[in-house]
Write a protein that binds this ligand. Structure first.
Ligand code: HEC
Length: 182
């Protein structure tokens, strides 16, 4: 056991910046963002990540059809989630996935309420201070079928996030698993 630990430590000391391209499932690096050129590959396996918050009908654009709005679910990659719980900061490599579903009303035995219907949108944000001047970049994968996406201009996404997101451009005020007061 002791020999094994020494080997691991020596290996880590010799290769401190291991390449994430070789990451495999079960490996803590597997949840880090992957880029091809300037595009982010659509995060895979995010459905197994911690959900930090969920909401119904949050609206910050002008259009509303008067219905309940859509369901939002926000996932965070597990390695960054663990780091945030420990330090209260978002490390480089932090990835959020915002999955949006329509609110569906009738079905099966239902007599009231709403459940998640068709997928409407899948968006992501990534923190990487060496790659992005503001530290964060934002991506849109359509309804989830797009394999990769280029980053939006800062004025399209980051401007609102940096002005109103309570912690480091992230809307932690809406996420019970990340905000301090429940
Ligand atoms: C006018 C303000 C505003 C703009 C512009 C905006 N967002 Fe957001 N965003 C929010 C709010 C509020 C939330 C909180 C959670 C939610 O909406 O479900 C959020 C949450 C998110 C999250 C979850 C992580 C986080 O930072 O809280 C992602 C990912 C995201 N937005 C992507 C985008 C993308 C991509 C764009 C640009 C196309 C964008 N946003 C533009 C207000 C904005």
């Amino acid at each position: 056991m002791r020999t094994y630990s020494v080997v691991v430590l020596v290996t880590l000391a010799l290769f401190p910046t291991l390449d994430t391209r070789d990451a495999t499932v079960g490996d803590t690096r597997a949840d880090l963002p992957r880029f091809s050129g300037k595009s982010l590959e659509c995060p895979t396996g995010y459905d197994t990540w911690p959900v930090v918050g969920a909401s119904l009908g949050l609206s910050y654009s002008k259009h509303s059809d008067g219905g309940p709005g859509s369901f939002h679910r926000v996932y965070m990659n597990p390695s960054a989630y663990a780091a945030f719980k420990k330090t209260g900061e978002f490390p480089d490599g932090t990835t959020f996935v915002l999955s949006i579903h329509e609110a569906r009303e009738r079905g099966s035995i239902l007599r009231g309420g709403f459940y998640e219907g068709a997928a409407e949108a899948l968006e992501a944000s990534v923190k990487d201070r060496s790659r992005f001047p503001t530290g964060w970049a934002y991506f849109d994968f359509g309804n989830g079928s797009r394999k990769s996406a280029a980053a939006f201009d800062d004025n399209q996404c980051h401007a609102c996030h940096s002005a109103h997101g309570e912690k480091d451009s992230v809307f932690v005020q809406f996420y019970p698993n990340l905000r301090r007061t429940q």
